[in-house]
Design a protein around this ligand. Structure first.
Ligand code: CO8
Length: 276
């Protein structure tokens, strides 16, 4: 446990290399308080420096909610200077999540609203369970999305769709999110009814684990470099983007894993990558 509210779970056995970062602040629906953000940043630092970590899942263990966004109650007690300092820390934590070298997957099994939705936009992939409810309600609160939402959502789904969601403050479920391209995958409630171990509150997480297991066997350095290259793709001009791709490509050339990939292909077996 990094703190009472933030845990890092390192999976073992066949799932070794998968890390689950868990938010657990039930009394305020994972609202982003100073303590929660501080624990979250510690966890991210731990994960960034973990050479064994290949795929990271961000989830909530509070039923019905991923994250309710900024802690509106705590904020009411803070001075303007404290708010400014806290918002800086929160936005920095979002950038730290976004810039993790490993691929990240947000498991959305409940409400992801305001800052909570913006938090999920800092992950590479999003998987929604049947109870996911997304939205940017900021304009209904007299503010605007200020933790990257106007930029990251626009990059993901374009300005027109983003404006529709922000101007209306509308809440929406997993299927509209899928059709807009906000989530990569949706789990239906009935799909796993026969599996006793699963409930509606963790179906998104179970599916996120499946995604992680699909990424896990691939070359860890290759996956990291692909992430780095793709992350630059939408923010630089095409010529620079292609140069960055070449630089990232150059990083995989000297790896032992590249040779292992070639050997495994020749020997018609699955490669075993070491991450170097
Ligand atoms: N902050 C503080 N406490 C909260 C928050 C929150 N965001 N959300 C819920 N809680 C508290 C409730 O007040 C309640 O406390 P209490 O039991 O003491 O009354 C407890 O959590 C349980 O809440 P509910 O009874 O409402 O639980 P439900 O399961 O019925 O509903 C929801 C859960 C859907 C999450 C609902 O609580 C809700 O809609 N919450 C508000 C969500 C919201 O509007 N979030 C947007 C906040 S604005 C924002 O995030 C902007 C960030 C911008 C960053 C700017 C950087 C510059």
């Amino acid at each position: 446990a990094v703190s009472d509210e933030v845990h890092v779970v390192r999976h073992s056995g066949a799932d070794r290399g998968i890390l689950t970062l868990t938010l657990h602040r039930p009394k305020a629906k994972n609202a982003l308080s100073r303590d929660l953000v501080s624990g979250f940043r510690k966890a991210l630092e731990e994960i960034r420096n973990d050479r064994e970590a290949r795929v990271v899942i961000l989830r909530s263990t509070v039923p019905g909610v991923f994250c309710a966004g900024a802690d509106l109650k705590e904020r009411a007690t803070m001075s303007p200077a404290e708010i400014e300092q806290f918002l800086y820390s929160m936005k920095t934590s979002f950038k730290e999540l976004e810039s993790l070298p490993q691929p990240t997957i947000a498991a959305l099994d409940g409400a992801a609203l305001g800052g909570g939705f913006e938090l999920s936009l800092c992950c590479d992939l999003r998987v929604a369970g049947p109870r996911a409810v997304l939205g940017l309600p900021e304009t209904s609160l007299g503010i605007i999305p200020g933790a990257g939402g106007t930029l990251r959502l626009t990059r993901l789904i374009g300005p027109s769709q983003t404006k529709a969601l922000v101007f209306t403050s509308r809440r929406f479920g997993p299927y509209p999110a899928l059709s807009m391209g906000i989530v990569n995958d949706v789990v239906e409630s009935a799909e796993c009814m026969d599996e006793k171990s699963m409930d509606d509150h963790s179906l998104g997480y179970e599916r996120a684990l499946e995604w992680a297991r699909e990424i896990l066997p691939n070359g860890p350095v290759a996956v990291r470099m692909a992430k780095r290259s793709i992350d630059h793709a939408s923010s630089v001009d095409p010529a620079t983007g292609l140069d960055i791709e070449q630089l990232c490509y150059a990083q995989v050339i000297p790896t032992e894993d590249r040779l292992e990939g070639l050997r495994a292909f020749k020997e018609k077996r699955k490669p075993v990558y070491k991450g170097c």
